[in-house]
Design a protein around this ligand. Sequence first.
Ligand code: FAD
Length: 458
Amino acid sequence: MDRLHTRRRRPALDPGHRRHHVVVVGAGFGGLAAARALDDVPVDVTVVDAHNHHTFQPLLYQVATAGLDAGDVTYAARGIFHRQANVSVRMARVVGGDLDGRTLALADGSELSYDHLVLAAGAVTNTYGIPGVAEHAFGLKSLRDALAVRAQVLSCFEEADARPELIDDGLLNVVIAGGGPTGVELAGGMVELIEHVLRHDFPRLDLRRARVVLVEMGDTLLPPFHPKLGAKAKATLERRGVEVLLGTTVDQVHRTSVVVSGPLLGEGAVIPAHTMVWAAGIRASPLADALDLANGPAGRIPVGDDLSLPGHPEVFVIGDLAAATDHSGTPLPQVAPVAIQGGTHVAAMIHRRLDGEATSAFHYTDKGSMATVGRASAVAQLPGGLRLSGLIGWLAWLALHLVQLVGFRNRANVLVNWAWNYVTYDRASRIIPEAEVGPEQVTPAFRSDSGGIHPPEK
Ligand SMILES: Cc1cc2nc3c(=O)[nH]c(=O)nc-3n(C[C@H](O)[C@H](O)[C@H](O)COP(=O)(O)OP(=O)(O)OC[C@H]3O[C@@H](n4cnc5c(N)ncnc54)[C@H](O)[C@@H]3O)c2cc1C
């Protein structure tokens, strides 16, 4: 992710000759990797994204818990390609296309044609149709989601300060669904925000009445990790004040409560909470549906072993959008390294095609997984069975995320913010954006724009 501002080489202009055109949909991890790897290939590349920025999703939970600012985890897509002359960026949402005619339909009504297409549109929150999730829960898939969670929590604390009688109604409670890395990281960050920062901001509030509840359907946290790491994460979170409910399902979500069933609370137990974050699953971007390709698990697009679309060798699908498997048929996980390596691979395949060579199979190299559990604590599972936890895991997590962030300015900002937060226990970014003040406005106005959770109809 750090090959920013590469050398600028203007291609020789030949007015009569149209260069091979590669369209990359999505400026996420996969799309950026593909476009960058096409630097040395004699093609023109158009990167299309619905937003004007790349979002570093692994740190969204820190925006949601006021540890980082929006600009720390995003980077303007046009800025990323300043020095790569064969790339142009277009901010537009792709809403459909005609694969036989090699054109994409954009939301503004225009069309974009291509010779090769790389689909890297990622995933959105999956509500699984559970009643109330779409209407009342917050996602954590986009910058907008993260800012919405932060605004909601801070607004609830402001309201409780003015009307403490509402605390019994769950105003200070945050329920997080999903005990995977996102839920664990968010729960750890949330309890720290309350314990170390909001405690001082709201000295009149009895914050012992604020609850952070993490609900997981399975019987362990961090299911992709070794069970021992999941158990360590659970113990650390509980020590820090998070209520962890394993084997528990979310049955319904209401505006001020969540109904759950599980061994600890029983059937249909009601947890009062004005903030519910849904981190329990994702499904492919709605673009897969729009192109009539959502035939894989959770709407993902099945691909061949070279990541091309069966029947359309000029179309590649990578990252969270693709239902790719390894050589044994095991689905590849929806994580950043799969997207990045997939992007690099398909760029090489396009290069090969232009040279008249055959494509080859994609091989994913698993470099391990990590999740932070809060201040000075993380778990990491590395290749070769190596497992890290506690402070060492956390230092490894910090280093990896700093290296992967796009742009020197972002890295410097994040490093300074982390050092500040660590030394002072402060969180600099606890701002409620002006236009959205007040829980009544915040809740609907901030809903996800990622396609998974929509604003309630007015
Ligand atoms: C909160 C959170 C924490 C995570 N933590 C980790 C972690 O610690 N480690 C890890 O490896 N992975 C982590 N992941 C997963 C990782 O972020 C994803 O696997 C990765 O982003 C997938 O890359 P991608 O390129 O497929 O899609 P994305 O990075 O999601 O990019 C998709 C892009 O496509 C654009 N787009 C979508 N639809 C359209 C459309 N119709 N038209 C135009 N543009 C469109 C979007 O705006 C977006 O920019 C985390 C994810 C989340 C949400």
